[in-house]
Design a protein around this ligand. Structure first.
Ligand code: ADP
Ligand code: MG
Length: 697
């Protein structure tokens, strides 16, 4: 059989079933996967630093001979072995130490030469590298892959060494590069000054020089961005071709409703409302992402959009991630709508959640189907197949990051091309959003309602817990309410983490025995959660001890203080969301982060929280700390699959890739022209689910 790019790696020389499995574990199945398995970093081995030139505190590469080796047992930890090498060149000596890897002893032989990479440290007078990466140099002249050049360093599969892998990849390149076909059309490559694929693959693994390494990085990143943008752009273009609903924007109902709102919309709200109105007025389906920080007032904007749809006789579906939030929205919106009449009859609303009884559910199903209900607010329960609409005109999805892409797409399918408004409180910089959510249009509310005081965010260690209780009591004395959040329900002795349940009991008996405490967490029944939230809202409780069930959307203006215990265990976006639960009522508010954690990442997160209150800024920091793959997670389309491209550091390249994708699909919407056939093939291979969209239109 002829080997191709898509043949399994097993067909390569030197790869048996065991090694093949090790590769599979890293997601490498085909020869193509192997060629797209990129180095983690490079080492410039054209010149090694001699030992006398090593700089303390820096990670450096050096080449030296093994002078002596020893194994000793740690006197701190029983049974813990330490392997130590003295290595040297003609300028000096350095020690290398590996902890608890006794098998290394057999590995090293005095007299051999090593290449070492690690952080140089100084202990008393001696220089040392702790657990450096190393390679044993085989002194033959054929070793041109590992010495005397810029050398790739890969994340390693099991049982495979750097040298093995380099050789394997080099042989694979030698054999297969001739088969590469470049799916990026020539004119796009030349406009963007991109290397062709063969050259880029060769140089990403074995760069001729720094410049070629950089250019291949650019070319391969562009390719990823481009392939990632194409389906988004296709979706966007196809959507614009579909017949949508032209809503009637102005009218009595809308006017009445807007004049019943007890506050003035902010400029930011007005602006996005205009954008939404324009979308709704034209007979194309709206797919708009509304970004706005926690507390920026997205709900009222969405509600106005809902009233517009209802005015024209359409139904509205409003989906939120949790039952508590559904109920809160329902109460607010119903309260507002109840002041507004509609053609002589009341606007009919329903709250549809999983905890409804069967009878009630069925009644709602019936009424929704018959068009008797104008607006239904609900959780995932809205997605059930029994939910059918008579005339769905607008879909609103709140806190979109809590839903998968697939779930998001389901609800609109219950109507005939309804308008869709998606809301998120995890905003990202606009340029990034445009490219990442490339199939959506984007609106941003860039201000908070007036009169909000910034929330004071403070960091305390566990040892300072009494200080935090002081702050809390002061708030309680002012008749305000307080949230105390724990990362888990049950405490963990092993990890030394307090849990909400136990702390609720303890605090209620000791520190806060004069106050009324409530406990809420995800393991309570939905009705119980509701009941407790309601009590807190009604001020029957002073302190709500909680887990992250509080994270989304809860709106209680009298709550002015939140303590987050073990703050290091929360993500940055999560912390910001949690913090957004206070400071909603125009009172001075506090967010207290209690954490002893020393890890670099946790420290950065807490620092960011203390320093920034703006959600956009927080998101940017989060992106920086975690990187885009983690930040967007698996749920967000193909982003997590980016292997080389980094939307944060390569924003410009990403933008160009998007422009080229738009341009190309405008010219050749189905990718039918000859120079684009390879691209289409590649695209379908990557995203088989787009076949219909691409071929049929
Ligand atoms: P989020 O954007 O986080 O979903 P909400 O829609 O829950 O924010 O609004 C937060 C709070 O601000 C609510 O109590 C809401 O009634 C109030 N609010 C919204 N818009 C305004 C405004 N223009 N002026 C004053 N208060 C507002
Ligand atoms: Mg909200």
């Amino acid at each position: 059989m002829k080997k191709s790019f898509l043949s399994p790696v097993r067909y390569l020389k030197g790869i048996g079933p065991k090694k093949a499995k090790a590769f599979n574990k890293l997601g490498i199945y085909t020869i193509e996967d192997l060629l797209y398995y990129f180095p983690r970093r490079y080492e410039d081995r054209t010149n090694f630093a001699s030992i006398s030139k090593l700089k303390e505190g820096q990670a450096m590469t050096t080449k030296a001979q093994i002078l002596a080796k020893a194994e000793r047992m740690s006197w701190r930890k029983r049974g813990f072995s330490i392997i130590e090498l003295a290595v040297g060149d003609n300028t000096g000596k350095i020690y290398c130490v590996w902890f608890n890897q006794p098998y290394l002893k057999e590995y090293f032989k005095v007299g051999e030469t090593l290449i070492l990479y690690g952080k140089v440290e100084r202990y008393a007078k001696r220089l040392q590298m702790n657990s450096p990466e190393f390679e044993i140099v085989v002194e033959d002249n054929a070793d041109s892959l590992n010495i005397g050049r810029i050398v790739p360093v890969y994340p390693l599969p099991e049982m495979i060494t750097q040298r093995n892998l380099r050789r394997l990849i080099k042989h694979t390149l030698d054999e297969f590069l001739i088969l590469t076909t470049d799916s990026i059309p020539y004119d796009i490559r030349s406009r963007n000054n991109l290397l062709n694929l063969a050259k880029a693959l060769l140089n990403i693994h074995f760069p001729e020089n720094r410049d070629m390494q950089k250019r291949s990085y650019e070319r391969l990143s562009f390719e990823e961005f481009f392939l990632f943008q194409l389906p988004l752009v296709i979706r966007k273009l196809r959507r614009k071709e579909k017949q949508g609903i032209a809503h009637r924007i102005e009218g009595e109902l809308v006017q009445n409703f807007i004049s019943s709102i007890p506050f003035k919309l902010t400029k930011g709200q007005e602006k996005v409302l205009q954008e939404i109105k324009l979308d709704m007025a034209i007979p194309q389906t709206m797919q708009r992402l509304l970004q706005g920080d926690v507390g920026s007032g997205k709900t009222i904007v969405a509600t106005i959009a809902g009233v517009i749809a209802i005015q024209g006789g359409y139904q509205v579906a409003f989906m939120v991630p949790t039952e508590v939030l559904a109920k809160q929205h329902y109460q607010n919106i119903v309260y507002r709508l109840s002041h507004t009449a509609y053609r002589g009859r009341k606007i009919n609303t329903a709250l549809l959640t999983g905890s409804l009884g069967k009878k009630e559910k069925e009644r709602f199903y019936q009424e929704i189907k018959e068009g008797k209900i104008d607006l239904v607010i609900g959780t995932h329960a809205l997605l059930e197949e029994y939910v059918e609409f008579k005339n769905l005109g607008l879909v609103v999805i709140d806190e979109q990051h809590k839903f998968g892409v697939g779930q998001r797409a389901l609800l609109p399918k219950k109507g005939t091309n309804p308008d869709v408004l998606i809301m998120t409180a995890t905003p990202i910089p606009r340029t990034l959003a445009i490219t990442l959510y490339g199939d959506l249009d984007i609106s941003v509310i860039n201000e908070l309602p007036p009169g909000r005081l910034p929330i004071k965010t403070l960091h305390f260690t566990k040892g300072q817990i009494q200080n935090t209780y002081g702050i809390i009591k002061e708030q309680l004395r002012l008749a305000h309410q307080v949230f105390i959040v724990y990362p888990v329900i049950e405490e963990s002795y092993a990890l030394d983490i307090e849990g909400a349940k136990k702390m609720y009991e303890e605090l209620g008996k000791s520190e806060f025995k004069d106050f009324k405490l409530g406990l809420i967490h995800g393991r309570l029944k939905e009705e119980e959660q509701d009941e407790i939230m309601q009590k807190f809202k009604d001020r029957d409780l002073d302190i709500l001890v909680a887990t992250t069930v509080l994270e989304v959307g809860i709106d209680i203006p009298n709550a002015t203080c939140m303590l987050i215990a073990h703050a290091e265990r929360f993500g940055l976006a999560q912390l910001h969301q949690l913090r957004g639960r206070v400071g909603r009522g125009g009172f001075e508010s506090y967010c207290i982060l209690v954490s002893d954690s020393q890890t670099e990442e946790a420290r950065m997160r807490i620092e960011a929280m203390v320093k920034y209150s703006d959600g956009f800024r927080i998101a940017q920091e989060d992106l920086k700390i975690r990187g885009p793959g983690e930040f967007f997670g698996r749920r967000q389309s193909g982003l997590a699959e980016l292997k080389i491209g980094n939307p944060l550091t390569q924003m410009k390249l990403l933008k160009h890739a998007r422009e080229e994708a738009l341009n190309l699909l405008n010219l050749d919407p189905k990718l039918e022209e000859r120079p684009h056939l390879l691209l289409k093939e590649r695209l379908l291979q990557r995203f088989p689910e787009y076949e219909k969209l691409i071929l049929v239109g």
